[in-house]
Design a protein around this ligand. Sequence first.
Ligand code: GDP
Ligand code: MG
Length: 371
Amino acid sequence: TEFISVSELANLMDVSFAEVISKCMGLGIMVSINQRLDAEVIELVASEFGFDVEFIDMEKQLEMEEEEDVDNEEDLQFRSPIVTIMGHVDHGKTSLLDYIRNASVVAGEAGGITQHIGAYQVKLPGGKDITFLDTPGHEAFTAMRARGAKVTDIAVIVIAADDAIMPQTREAISHAQAAGVPMIFAINKIDKDGANPQKIYEQLAQMNLLVEAWGGKFQSQEISAKQGLNIDLLLEKILLEAEILDLKANPNREASGTIIEATLDKGRGYVATILVQNGTLRAGDLVVSGQHFGRVKAMMNERNKRVNEAPPSTPVLILGLNGAPQAGETFKVYADEAEAKDIANRRAQILREQGMRAKKHITLDEIGRRL
Ligand code: GDP
Ligand code: MG
């Protein structure tokens, strides 16, 4: 592998590139100013100038620097569950999310959920909150998981009682299982004539997934998303599952979490919906996500209401980033501006280098094919 160019090496040693070139010539190596050098040559030339070279794996070093400093047990407090709804197309995911979104207004909260920001939080009559990820289908779930982000505590698998376990039902189940996320089965459309929940339980049993009524461990609830039937019972089961999971976070530290979605808005600049998973995010905080960063200029909740604080498990829309990070990218708040910029810039450099490597690879490949 090649590392840095002749001119970069000259810069690092604070000598002129001409000196480096002539030293190389002295060693019998002909190089040009922009030529990249391999490790052996770098070491050889550097030693001629009296330097010892240490090769550092930047990606590994970044990973090490970013390693979470763990919270002390006594700093941890209860946090609300984060729930994803998955299932086969047309089985009623959107209907369920919409019903819950609108029902939360009925529960007496001021102002309806006016905008789709990719996630929302509802307060239940008992005072507890549940956060729902409202991203289309399980593509988002898959994308997030591919980036190693764990954003879901509980998966609700929606299955239409007038249909059967379908390919995307199986896919949703295997995603949840692979991620180690507990499942609750919502057997939907029980208002329909052809509804047969028993058939669904039987099919689940054939997959080794026994619901509680069948003596197994999986919670399930028969619902009608369209008529709003038994949704309250489903939400209670989500809270029960959350209690068992004993979800905790430390609200008294700098925030970290995951990007749900991000876009460029004509009027407002870069707009990102983020999910705070640990710590508390505040207006003015310096956020770094991937190669992007910026201070939080404004934060809004799903009711388009400005908020100044977002504790763990809260989704918020933020303004102020200098770019749009990818969905599933993690974010972190930094106290030190120089450190934040340094991390973002180094990530940008790694991405550029990876891009270059990829391009080079394609070129060689293409040449190979042409020959
Ligand atoms: P998604 O593809 O999983 O998001 O499914 P949708 O929520 O878009 O629902 C697909 C269709 O099923 C729509 O026409 C809904 O009106 C209908 N639907 C969803 N839930 C129910 C239900 O509980 N009962 C009945 N009768 N229809 C439903
Ligand atoms: Mg849908």
